[in-house]
Design a protein around this ligand. Structure first.
Ligand SMILES: [Zn+2]
Length: 290
């Protein structure tokens, strides 16, 4: 188990944890982009799945330990584990590599409630019982996201949130529904974007002139830096594109670090404009053994 790489943003230390590598259908990840284009950077397997990550930045300062998203966790059935090529989840191991445990997390900021970002809210015990993974953490999610997850109105939403009750129930007392942009602690802000889901949010950190943003499913891999490269899952791809322009524009002018929720090679990067296109400048690569 590799030690998660870190960056310093003012007085914050940010470690890039992952809940592990997994696989998902390449067509779903790139929407209208033809396979011939995405397969060069993301070679599909015989089931058309590409290798993805479950990057969860951990933002630390003094006693604050704020995790942004928490991966898939260990709750999947055997059939789902095969479909997504994911096991028990690496997050607890990566926390141990930092000298921490699940109980040290003081807050979890959820970009949205899809299973690959919020499934890790629970851990399945050997008995089969699901318990809260982060027993001391306040859990922040947009109010609208919570409402839709609890009461999906159509078949597509019902499928996207079929796990929601299972992961929310053991955490019921510690979930805080936020409405609009909210500063979780001074310098760490949840910013709604919409696009991927109606109430999807990203996390921005700013301190002493330095800044960082986890763009979650607005820019899930390095390939999604390109405007039209968006996931087929996006409920409103045009909003995703607008939000991408906004947040990447800011990252370029402020020389911010950004991190990618699902890139299998790059945890985080600084971006720049190269011959009219957004390009990676500095990067924090995913260690080989991960
Ligand atoms: Zn995702």
């Amino acid at each position: 188990m590799s030690i998660p790489p870190k960056i310093q943003i003012g007085s914050f230390r940010i470690a890039f944890l992952t809940d592990g590598l997994w696989r998902n259908d390449g067509g779903c990840m790139f929407g209208v982009v033809p396979r011939e284009l995405w397969k060069r950077e993301h070679p599909p397997d015989e089931q058309n799945r590409i290798r993805l990550n479950l990057t969860c930045p951990l933002i630390m300062r003094a006693s604050d330990a704020i995790l942004v998203d928490c991966g898939i966790g260990n709750r999947l059935s055997d059939v789902e584990r095969k479909i997504f090529d994911h096991g028990d989840g690496w997050l607890p191991g990566h926390l141990r590599a930092l000298g921490m445990e699940l109980g040290d997390i003081t807050a979890v900021l959820l970009s949205h409630l899809h299973f690959d970002h919020a499934g890790g809210l629970v851990r399945r015990r050997d008995s089969g019982k699901l318990e809260a993974a982060f027993p001391r953490a306040r859990i922040f999610v947009q109010k609208g996201e919570l409402e839709i997850a609890r009461d999906p109105r159509n078949e597509r939403l019902r499928a996207a949130y079929r796990h929601a009750e299972e992961i929310l129930a053991p955490n019921r007392d510690r979930i805080e529904a936020i409405d609009g942009p909210v500063e979780i602690v001074p310098g760490v802000t949840a910013i709604p974007t919409g696009g991927h889901t109606r109430d999807h949010q990203v996390c921005a950190v700013a301190d002493a002139g330095a800044s960082f943003a986890h763009l979650a499913d607005i820019v899930p891999t390095r390939s999604h830096l390109r405007g039209p490269w968006n996931q087929a899952y996006d409920l409103d791809a045009l909003t995703t594109m607008e939000q991408k322009t906004l947040h990447l524009g800011r990252a370029i002018t402020e020389r911010s670090w950004i991190s990618f929720a699902h890139d299998d090679q790059v945890f985080a990067a600084r971006v720049t404009i190269d011959r009219g296109r957004i390009a990676l400048a500095e990067t924090i690569p995913v260690p080989e053994q991960d």
